[in-house]
Design a protein around this ligand. Structure first.
Ligand SMILES: CC(C)(COP(=O)(O)OP(=O)(O)OC[C@H]1O[C@@H](n2cnc3c(N)ncnc32)[C@H](O)[C@@H]1OP(=O)(O)O)[C@@H](O)C(=O)NCCC(=O)NCCS
Length: 175
């Protein structure tokens, strides 16, 4: 399955977050527009209750986070991993880290029963579209798109539409 995406960062550590990562995650998200910054408390919940479906990347012995993916199982569809935010520090972009984080998350034994990945993307976020198009190809999956949240109706026009990508069924090596 590997795509070699992580080879540019052999010294990076990818692991489940812990509450001690909350501040570093908060600061990373703040450095990664157009992501909405969340409250520190929200990031702490991602790093605790949702740690099994989230992943952080950092250099060895460094407190600063270089990458983070927050996710959760959709409550009434537990075979679906919803990816809430993907953040890669600007200094580490374009080296495959975003792809590597998603691949590492999806190949966790604890998530082997997730057959679908869903996420939402703004219509103009080219890097994010490419990231998930690449992921779909890598996992032999198709992408279905619908609009999940509408700019005027759900964001009072203050935020662009959020397009839902449903990617699956996901093929893993063991399938
Ligand atoms: C989106 C983001 C996570 C991508 O992370 P990354 O580590 O740079 O992505 P990768 O290096 O794994 O690249 C994945 C694909 O996206 C493409 N890509 C990366 N940056 C791109 C850009 N600025 N424009 C167009 N395509 C881009 C890569 O070329 C690659 O596609 P390919 O395999 O066809 O070459 C990162 O740009 C980011 O954190 N952006 C700010 C926050 C954000 O918008 N998050 C996503 C919303 S959920």
């Amino acid at each position: 399955m590997g795509n070699g995406a992580g080879d540019a960062h052999p010294a990076l550590h990818l692991r489940s977050p812990t509450p001690d990562d909350g501040v570093a995650v908060f600061e990373l998200i703040a450095r990664c527009p157009p992501l909405d910054p969340n409250s520190r408390y929200c990031n702490l919940l991602q790093c605790s209750h949702f740690a099994q479906t989230s992943i952080i990347a950092h250099a060895e012995n460094a407190a600063k986070a270089l990458g983070f993916v927050s996710g959760y199982r959709v409550p009434d569809r537990p075979d679906t991993l919803f990816v809430w935010q993907v953040a890669v520090d600007e200094a580490a972009r374009g080296t495959g880290l975003g792809s590597r984080l998603l691949e590492a998350l999806l190949t966790r034994p604890a998530l082997a029963d997730c057959r679908y990945l869903e996420t939402t993307i703004g219509p103009d976020n080219r890097a994010s579209w490419r990231l998930f198009e690449r992921l779909a190809k890598q996992f032999g999956a198709v992408i279905e798109t619908t609009t999940l949240f509408e700019s005027q109706r759900h964001f009072s026009g203050l935020h662009p539409d959020e397009i839902l990508l449903r990617i699956g069924p996901l093929e893993r090596i063991a399938d």
